[in-house]
Ligand binder design. Structure first.
Ligand SMILES: [Zn+2]
Length: 296
């Protein structure tokens, strides 16, 4: 007699769980380096298997995206009330694009994360509504670095994606600041601690395990570790690629590099270092030659 095993149990042993899909939409982000940000977001797909991010580019004139334009002050409740219609528009947009380009895959992401540099009037920096989350980071200031704003956006994105994967994580779980990604933090300045280390506490880990997201905690800490960024000087690693795209993750603190950050970044470049060495060597040789000629 073959022991009866529930199909679901068998499937879960054989088939890896499908990743949670998150459609990422960027509102107008002013002078933020959008190319570098997009690269970092899609790179997250190579680092872990729990979440799959996909960048969507709907009509930039969309009512919600215009409302969440860079620096705009937005009433959070008003923004919340706009989300159901936005979702409808997104679904129509995705279906229309799939049809236009005759794409074989007609599926939709279940969840959306909107990244914006608007400011909520009540100083909160995020809004959660079932399957849509909004980041409003207009209050980000240079003194909040480290982390850089790009890293902070990535951290928040992982936070939002985790709560899509495990809905019981969508509310902050604990009051105490543990440096856990799921710490309750009402202010942006406090939220940086989530991004400065890589930690999912035992309480939050248990929640993930209970809901069947067995790899989510390790996947999350791997992303938050940021050692995968590598060095700016290595053109083959993410930090080097992002630097080539115009944003030095270890120097630039704000939305765009300042004049001095640009100078420091140029001076750190290996090719520049070699040129400077060469120029000094020539100057030194010229000086020695001149002194030598004077002695004779
Ligand atoms: Zn926790």
């Amino acid at each position: 007699m073959v022991p009866k095993v529930a199909n679901e149990t068998l499937n879960s042993l054989v088939m890896p769980a499908a990743p949670t899909r998150v459609g990422v939409i960027l509102a107008a982000l002013g002078k933020l380096n959008v190319t570098a940000l997009k690269y970092l977001i899609v790179h997250l797909n190579t680092l872990q298997t729990s979440i799959e991010f996909e960048i969507l580019s709907p009509n930039p004139e969309d009512e919600l995206l215009v409302t969440l334009g860079e620096g705009k002050v937005v009433d959070r409740d008003k923004c919340r009330s706009m989300l159901p219609d936005f979702r409808e528009r997104m679904n129509r947009f995705i279906a229309a694009e799939q049809k236009t380009y005759d794409l074989a895959d007609q599926s939709f992401p279940d969840n959306f994360a909107v990244i914006s540099l608007a400011k909520f009037s009540d100083e909160h920096y995020g809004l959660k509504e079932k399957h849509i989350h909004v980041q409003a980071l207009g209050n980000w200031e240079r003194h909040m670095a480290p982390p850089s704003i790009l890293e902070f956006i990535v951290v928040l994105l992982m936070r939002q994606a985790a709560s899509f994967a495990v809905p019981s994580l969508s509310k902050s779980l604990h009051l105490g600041t543990k440096g856990c990604l799921f710490d309750f933090t009402s202010e942006l300045t406090e939220a940086r601690y989530k991004a400065l280390q890589s930690f999912v506490c035992s309480t939050c880990r248990s929640r993930m395990q209970e809901s069947g997201a067995v790899h989510l905690a390790d996947d999350t800490t791997h992303v938050l570790d940021f050692s995968w960024l590598g060095a700016t000087s290595d053109p083959h690693c993410p930090a080097g690629i992002v630097a080539k795209l115009g944003y030095d993750l270890f120097l630039t603190k704000g939305i765009q590099p300042t004049f001095w950050e640009n100078i420091r970044s140029i001076l750190r470049d290996e090719a520049t270092k070699e040129i400077i060495k060469l120029v000094f060597a020539i100057l030194l040789a010229a000086l020695l030659l001149r002194l030598g000629l004077k002695e004779h």
